[in-house]
Design a protein around this ligand. Structure first.
Ligand SMILES: Nc1ncnc2c1ncn2[C@@H]1O[C@H](COP(=O)(O)OP(=O)(O)OP(=O)(O)O)[C@@H](O)[C@H]1O
Ligand SMILES: [Mg+2]
Length: 271
């Protein structure tokens, strides 16, 4: 089934629905830019120029596209870390674009999971304390949080690493702690921005399998930005961003990575 929808058709039951989203960054011009003839001290970067994307079914999905095509910007907006200039972003039924600041704080803490290339774990906290951090920030009783944290870490194969700090964990283990933290409040969606960018190929393959299983078992959406065709071959669909728009999407699960790379670069080039 084609997941892209014509804008304007309402879809209340989508797990992710992005409609007509635009985002422009104002950037202060460098001295060099002014010297070489720029008249103003600033220029705008149109990072997203009308993104429409819809995901209805749980599962593992990929976003690919050239550097600068707007992938991270889209994830930031979905994560509530920044706001669109115009357009709508619905995530698990929440209208993220319309939230007030206090609603966004709660959304980021309790209603969405995010994982990054850099893991973003706090270095002074052990795996358990990092995992339960969203609950601590939400003011919940620690005992209850620790039960849930231990359970999640065990499910992710880290039972023996619960009291290790990040420096005493491998990259793959650190990313699994970040996944445990992202899963803490069982959000409907996890967003992952190049989650294996700092991992070796063996740990990367294990992480893609884990994300695929997590999405299937927990009936959630995992939306991952990646540059690697082999990563997207674990995903049921791949969306291609080009110059701040979705240029197309295709079924990608089990595709041969070289075929997938070809398909994605064709869309990134011709659309
Ligand atoms: N905070 C910002 N201020 C100004 N410009 C920005 C900002 N964030 C992103 N941009 C610009 O917006 C465009 C899209 O950036 P984005 O980070 O979304 O690309 P990307 O597809 O994630 O690229 P990459 O694959 O290199 O990570 C780029 O031209 C980038 O320079
Ligand atoms: Mg990026």
């Amino acid at each position: 089934m084609h997941q892209l929808m014509t804008p304007n058709i309402p879809s209340v039951d989508a797990m992710i629905s992005v409609r007509g989203v635009r985002k422009t960054y104002a950037v202060a011009g460098s001295a060099a830019a002014r010297k070489s003839g720029g008249q103003t001290g600033s220029r705008d970067v149109e990072a997203l120029r009308g993104v429409d994307l819809e995901i209805r079914e749980p599962g593992f999905y990929a976003v690919m596209g050239r550097s600068g095509s707007g992938k991270s910007t889209l994830l930031h907006l979905l994560a509530g870390l920044d706001r669109p200039d115009v357009g709508e972003l619905l995530v698990g039924g929440s209208a993220v674009h319309a939230m007030k600041e206090d609603q966004l704080v709660r959304y980021r803490r309790c209603e969405i999971g995010v994982i990054f290339q850099q893991f973003n774990l706090l270095p002074t906290l052990d795996a358990l304390a990092n995992t339960i951090l969203p609950g601590v920030l939400d003011g919940r009783p620690t005992k209850e949080l620790e039960i849930r944290g231990r359970e999640l870490l065990s499910e992710l194969g880290l039972r023996d690493r619960i009291h290790h700090r990040p420096e005493a964990l491998s990259g793959g283990e650190q990313q699994r702690v970040a996944i445990a933290r992202a899963l803490f409040f069982a959000p409907p969606v996890i967003l992952a921005d190049e989650p294996t960018g700092n991992l070796d190929s063996t740990s990367s393959a294990a992480l893609w399998r884990l994300l695929e299983e997590t999405a299937a078992q927990r009936k959630m959406v995992v939306l991952m930005v990646t540059h690697e065709a082999i990563a997207a071959s674990h995903c049921r669909r791949t969306f291609i961003l080009k110059d701040g728009r979705v240029a197309g999407d295709f079924e990608s699960h089990g595709l041969d990575p070289s075929q997938l790379a070809h398909r994605s670069s064709e869309l990134a080039r011709t659309a």
